[in-house]
Design a protein around this ligand. Sequence first.
Ligand SMILES: Cc1cc2nc3c(=O)[nH]c(=O)nc-3n(C[C@H](O)[C@H](O)[C@H](O)COP(=O)(O)OP(=O)(O)OC[C@H]3O[C@@H](n4cnc5c(N)ncnc54)[C@H](O)[C@@H]3O)c2cc1C
Length: 477
Amino acid sequence: MTSALMSSGEKDALRSALSDALGLRAVLSGADTEGYEVDWRGIYHGRALCVVRPEDTQGVATAVKICRAHGVAVVPHGGNTGMVGGAVPDESSTQVVLSLARLNRIRDFDVIDMSMVIEAGVALQTAQEAAAGQDLLFPLTLSSQGSAQIGGILSTNAGGNNTLRYGNARDLVLGLEVVLANGDIWNGLRRLRKDNTGYCLRQLFVGAEGTLGIITAASLKLVPALLSREVALIALPDARSALELLSRFRRYDAEALQAFEYMSGVGIDLVLDLIDGITLPLAARAEHYVLLEVGSSRRDVDLRTMIEAVLGLAFEDGVALDAVLSESEAQRQALWRLREEQAEGQARAGKSIKNDISVPVSKTAEFLDRATAACLAILPALRLAPFGHLGDGNIHFNLVQPEGDATLFVDRSEELIAVVNAIAREYGGSFSAEHGIGQLKRDMLEEWRGGVELDIMARVKAALDPDRMLNPGKLLA
Ligand SMILES: Cc1cc2nc3c(=O)[nH]c(=O)nc-3n(C[C@H](O)[C@H](O)[C@H](O)COP(=O)(O)OP(=O)(O)OC[C@H]3O[C@@H](n4cnc5c(N)ncnc54)[C@H](O)[C@@H]3O)c2cc1C
């Protein structure tokens, strides 16, 4: 749809039409657009014709209609924490970035329905705090929650640390309000727990990365607040023990399991060595760790005794080597920091390859062992720092360059990526468990999901956005 041949007069005309309709304050151009043109990892650098920041749903619809009339594509932009370059424009300077940041109102709460209706630009952390203010919990948590917005969270179907218990973003949506490619507004902000009235349209837009419509508000499920909570860091002899421990905790009290996060010894060492103010509260470093969180909406549940009972047996059986339980909120946060700083520790260690693999949970240990051996066979000095949501079968199988010169690492990166992907495929896995496709993984989709599956996706896109107005070049080629 976008014309790479737009004249500067045509661009001025579009900017004027947008500011006439939405106000001068709503349209950014020149140097003010810079922050919207690069993704947070600094991989993708685009150039926007302008950035438009409507303040309400009607404003989003108006902006889309104006862009459409001018033959210009729209790139929805949330908190810009996405991992795959989905929220930045291409380099043509002919796409309009549409920021949802000013749609930041909490519209409604219902404590009995345990739901809230909030706008797309509300930051995840603000949504969590608002729910907590009603003694309820919005249970999606991830390290980027201070910046990531509800619209972006839903558009990427974000997972995070508590998927194990509460599901992905998809599982927490009751209804949506969406501006379509033709500027129509679909108000599907129902908060029904049961509603079998045809196709489940809201789920079409969840995980669509802004290619099918622009989410302007969502009706979200809340759950009871946690009144008891325990966190443990556990050192393990091998990856297989992590899986064994998961199943032991599940057998004991599956309901209580909130998070079950794996971290490699290498990843923990990078955090301890390269980030100030973090210490390991265990007697010795290990090669494998799990960070476990359990929680309950009851105050009278003795979660600590449960953890100690499972761990006691695990020590006897050699499934666990050592463990520490948090004694206070500050210690809980300190333990979580070991997990949350994994990406930063790796970033400080030099170049890295990030993978977002998922395999069936039962295959995670085999996957870790085989992928580790295969990568080390290619480059023995490689630092392998896998971590992530082992309880969901989702491992960020990240590879960090050997210490010193990165040339060999860069030269062999394609081979390393290919070998990891090949093993994941053998287990029927995914190459993008929670980060989506965006620009980064678009060309992998054909290989992994080609044929009938990709054809269905292309047909859905053609039905909802025949002129490729919305986020062209992302997700689908
Ligand atoms: C430190 C860190 C940790 C992270 N941890 C996790 C994790 O554990 N799990 C996980 O799943 N992700 C994680 N992420 C990735 C990221 O935070 C999520 O993908 C998040 O959901 C993106 O939200 P956002 O508002 O920043 O979206 P953006 O990056 O702004 O946009 C993401 C995509 O959604 C589209 N989009 C944005 N808003 C809308 C809208 N309102 N309507 C339609 N389309 C829209 C954009 O066009 C783009 O394609 C992490 C990122 C960081 C930086």
